[in-house]
Design a protein around this ligand. Structure first.
Ligand code: ATP
Length: 324
């Protein structure tokens, strides 16, 4: 195989705090190893359009503490067709880019995995999503920061909830996975946690409201947006009808969960994963995601991480129920 000299980096899918720390690590570790590093703007869209710039060590200075992504991100339909990926490949060839590092979620890795097979170009994935829903890694970049944002917000909601004796349904991100709801729920001492992975939770909620809610100063029920009833608003509607005597409110935390300065944990994880992606290229890896398991860097085939499902920690869900 031809020696790799020029590499590209892009961020794709939803943005997540810590993506900039990962970009910085890739650029600086890459330059340290003698690579020329190019930034591909707006994810696969920029790859197709040739929106590509050389990155230097100075260009990534002062970004480790910034949320979002300096390379910007996009969702790109065109990349889902062979013709779109061929255009993207032609642009890579035009710039002399021989390998690509993608920071994103499972959609981005699906695209990367397909392109590696079609055009024999190495793709290394770095998991960047607040959802933490990728198989093969304990943590994704952005998850810890999002958890801290939720905890800070819910602590504030708790103040008003307990002053008025209210029940708050707080909706957090997680269309298909309840990792954010579960872990932030434990951290906030939530009285209920509703996640997409667990069915029949409404019955538990009804039981709690009928038997215990009145003996509490306040109740916070954390709801992942993809739970079986469809989020906090429909649940609050149902409960209001069934328990008209309760003072019920809903809050949807929304996009504040994506923004903000990354936590120390996310910055360190992103730095380690970025440098590990460069190591993986030096190691002739072609189609893998960098993961972290038990605090060790691991390599997971992209085909595996996009096919396999990461299970929620049901012991943690049980613990939350015990601790109410
Ligand atoms: P997040 O978890 O934050 O949503 P993601 O990487 O899963 O991140 P997606 O919107 O699913 O985000 O995917 C990002 C981009 O990856 C898509 O806009 C598309 O360009 C590419 N992509 C997704 N699925 C495929 C696919 N099946 N084939 C080719 N490309 C794909």
């Amino acid at each position: 195989m031809e020696e790799i000299k020029k590499i590209g980096i892009l961020t794709s899918g939803g943005d997540a705090p810590g993506m900039n720390a990962a970009i910085r690590a890739v650029v600086r570790a890459g330059i340290h190893e003698g690579f020329d590093v190019f930034g591909i703007r707006r994810g696969y869209m920029g790859m197709i359009e040739g929106d590509i710039i050389p990155l230097t060590s100075q260009l990534v200075s002062g970004i480790i503490q910034k949320g979002g992504t300096i390379l910007q991100t996009a969702r790109c339909k065109e990349f889902m067709s062979y013709e779109g990926r061929k255009k993207a490949y032609d642009e890579l060839v035009r710039f002399g880019i021989q390998a690509v590092i993608v920071i994103g979620g499972d959609g981005s890795f699906t695209g990367a995995s397909i392109m590696t097979k079609e055009f024999d170009i190495p793709f290394i994935g770095i998991p960047g999503t607040i959802d933490n829903d990728l198989f093969g890694t304990d943590y994704t970049i952005g998850y810890d920061t999002a958890l801290n944002t939720v905890v800070e917000a819910v602590d504030k909601i708790r103040d008003t909830a307990s002053s008025h004796g209210r029940i708050f349904f707080v909706e957090v991100m997680g269309k298909e996975a309840g990792f954010v709801a579960l872990r932030s729920g434990i951290a906030c001492g939530a009285e209920g946690i509703l996640v997409p992975e667990e069915k029949g939770q409404m019955e538990k909620l009804r039981k709690y409201l009928a038997e215990r809610a009145r003996s509490k100063k306040s109740s916070i029920i954390l709801v992942a947006e993809g739970d079986e009833e469809g989020g906090a608003i429909p649940i609050a509607r149902i409960i209001r009808n069934e328990f008209p005597e309760l003072d019920i409110r809903t809050t949807i935390l929304g996009h504040i969960q994506r923004g903000g300065s990354p936590s120390a944990f996310d910055r360190v994880t992103a730095s380690r994963m970025g440098a590990a992606a460069i190591d993986a290229l030096l190691d002739d890896q072609k189609s893998i995601m960098i993961g972290m398991v038990n605090n060790e860097i691991v390599h997971v085939p992209l085909s595996k991480t996009v096919k396999l499902h990461k299970d929620l920690d049901f012991d943690l869900l049980k613990l939350a129920e015990i601790l109410i």
